[in-house]
Structures are given as structure tokens and as C-alpha cells.
Design a protein around this ligand. Structure first.
Ligand code: AR6
Length: 181
């Protein structure tokens, strides 16, 4: 399912982020940008060892910030690494999670990229409740697209059925609020 925001197609789909043929996939990384587990482990395995070779030159990444590398063996041309907050139920968590999406899209635009795919950042090992995270993520993406033309396709790629259903429900609510007839 999708909605159109300021000329950009925003999609929610069920799938594997490592298989996405887009300009950039986003990695839910840790602050040292080491491969780790979860979606990050899967991205590093699919990209091959050169991805870590490049990551280790970047000097880590702060929570809420984003850094770009090449995609190596992935179908995606680039990987944008962003570090989500570890969920503690504080107001700062929401701002940090929103920053991940905004800064990742900003990095994509700064590099002339037009198609970007995100996983549900912080909703695995970092413990962010899925429903809250979906609202923060889609709201941050929609606000960014409204203010910054240039992107053509932004995709949220959900790995399991429940995550997909939750994101679909939130997008459906937002469609009513944002999309012009
Ligand atoms: N495609 C799309 N989504 C996926 C995939 C995949 N192939 N595999 C898992 N997910 P997590 P975090 C979903 O734990 O919570 C790492 O070790 C998964 O179902 O990967 O931000 C880092 O190094 C979940 O909904 O990221 C950090 O230390 C979502 O991706 C830490 O984990 C995010 O889960 C980051 O934790």
C-alpha cells in the first residue's frame, strides 16, 4: 500500500530489506557501526566484508545521525547507516527516532539519491514498541517529504506480518489526513 506526498510515493510493504533494488537502503546500526545482529547483521552478510571495511573508517555514528557507504554486493547502490535510540519510554526517544528518518533522507538528498528503503528502526533489539515507532517513523517521513521535494520513492520494508499490519494501519490513517483527492 502507498500514499503520495509532495510527488513522492511512500510505500509500506512486507519483505527483506537486503533484497531491495533502490538507491539506498537504511541500516538500523549501532554507534560503532559494527555489523551486530538483527537487520544490520543481515545487511552486512549480504553486502560482504567490504561494507565493514568502509564502516570502520567512519569513526562511528551518534544516535539519531546518519552516514552513507557504498552497497557492495547488495542490489542497493548505497547503505545509509543510522543509529536508533534504545527505548526507555522518554520523550527524547521519539525525537531521536524521528531524527534517524529525517537525517537518513537528508543524506540521500545530499547525494542526489531518489529511492530509499527503511526497516523499522529500533523496533527489534532496541525495544521500541512497534505501534509507537510506526507513528513516529511515518510522521517523520511525511513531514520531511512535505518540506523537501526531490525524492521519488520512499519505502518502509517490514520483515514480519505484524510489523507490516501495524505500519499499514498507521499509513491508512495518515492517508486520510494528508493526501489530496
Ligand atoms: N529486512 C527488513 N527488516 C528486518 C530484517 C530484514 N532482513 N531483519 C530484521 N528486520 P533490529 P534495532 C527488522 O534489532 O532495534 C543490531 O545488532 C526486525 O524485525 O535489527 O534498531 C545493531 O547492531 C525489526 O523490526 O534493530 C544494533 O546493536 C527491525 O528490523 C541493534 O541491533 C529492527 O530490528 C539495533 O537494534
Amino acid at each position: 500500500m502507498h500514499m503520495v506526498v509532495n510527488g513522492c510515493v511512500l510505500e509500506v510493504l512486507k519483505g527483506d530489506i537486503t533484497k531491495q533494488d533502490v538507491d539506498a537502503i537504511v541500516n538500523a546500526a549501532n554507534r560503532s557501526l559494527t555489523p551486530g545482529g538483527g537487520v544490520s547483521g543481515a545487511i552486512h552478510r549480504a553486502a560482504g566484508p567490504e561494507l565493514w571495511e568502509e564502516c570502520r573508517t567512519l569513526g562511528g555514528c551518534a544516535t539519531g545521525e546518519a552516514k552513507i557507504t557504498k552497497g557492495y554486493l547488495l542490489p542497493a547502490r548505497h547503505v545509509i547507516h543510522t543509529v536508533g535510540p534504545v527505548y526507555r519510554g522518554r520523550k527524547e526517544d521519539e525525537a531521536a527516532l524521528a531524527s534517524c528518518y529525517e537525517n537518513s533522507l537528508k543524506v540521500a538528498l545530499d547525494h542526489g539519491l531518489t529511492t530509499v528503503a527503511f526497516p523499522a528502526i529500533s523496533t527489534g533489539i532496541y525495544g521500541y514498541p512497534l505501534d509507537e515507532a510506526a507513528r513516529v517513523a511515518l510522521k517523520a517521513i511525511v513531514s520531511f517529504l512535505q518540506e523537501h521535494p526531490g525524492l521519488e520513492r520512499v519505502r518502509m520494508v517490514l520483515y514480519d506480518e505484524r510489523a507490516y499490519e501495524v505500519h499499514k494501519g498507521v499509513l491508512d490513517e495518515m492517508r486520510g489526513e494528508h493526501e489530496l483527492p
